[in-house]
Write a protein that binds this ligand. Sequence first.
Ligand code: NAP
Length: 284
Amino acid sequence: MSAGTFPLVGRSVNRMGFGAMQLPGPGVFGPPADQAVALGILRRAVDAGVNHIDTSEFYGPRVANELIRQALAPYPEDLVIVSKVGARRDEHGAWLPAQTPAELRAGVEENLVTLGIEQLPVVNLRRHPHGEVDLDDQLAAMESMVDDGLIAGIGLSNVSLDEYRQAARSITVACVQNAYSIMNRSGEDVFDACQADNVPFVPFFPLGSAFAPTNPVLTSPEIQATAGRLNATAAQVALAWLLGRHPCVLLIPGTSSPAHLEENLAAADLHLDDQAQGVLDGLG
Ligand SMILES: NC(=O)c1ccc[n+]([C@@H]2O[C@H](COP(=O)([O-])OP(=O)(O)OC[C@H]3O[C@@H](n4cnc5c(N)ncnc54)[C@H](OP(=O)(O)O)[C@@H]3O)[C@@H](O)[C@H]2O)c1
């Protein structure tokens, strides 16, 4: 992979990573359709050089973490597993907030057990959109887990610029994970701040997400036309554009498909010419 590397909690990670959210069953709930395929995807990603995997206890729940452990433990030394806390699932798969300091700690402890590790390299505090728990209280809870050796770095997810700035005043922000893609530039202000601060920016939904009824990225006529002209796929164009935005961008595209994994990995080698860059910059 020729996308290069960028430091994440002081460790050099390849900018093309992998997001594990598509590995569990439909709706990110329950087991995968084919366990062997899911395990194979994780192993292939790591064999190809991926050393940054994004996951969470609430993917499945537990399923993504258990697949990662089964596929990859004992873990390669250079692998940086990033998890997140701040949500939980009910028995029907609904997504519920789990934002209190006690819930954040419980979430980290569960991640450690299912992943089979003693310390998580990074845990993202995933803020609930209506953020009713005080951010400083949450950061204090996260910091206490750093002090206890449960986590090495604290990341932020779903944060506004104000929240990012507030957090950056009291902690070292390991990374920021917000929604961002060619077609969704709503988080540009936070992305700009990460660039200025040299903080890794990890866009989620880089391919437009599995939740959207009509995928805004992969069905975009302009992205498809650009892909056709460059003999690439729309997904590859979307990922290459993100990589080109700034060296601090770390990608974690999610897939349940071995063929899509290969496509996504190869996007690290796709060059966007000036014409493509002009068209894509103008979208969103
Ligand atoms: N912090 C947060 O709140 C948050 C929220 C959402 C996600 N995340 C993280 O971000 C990662 C990425 O986001 P995401 O997985 O939700 O969305 P995404 O990467 O934007 O898109 C995933 C969707 O794209 C499809 N896809 C993947 N590669 C493809 C390809 N080459 N060609 C065509 N379709 C392709 C997948 O289907 P197939 O399975 O069929 O390939 C799936 O439907 C997640 O895995 C998760 O780790 C974090």
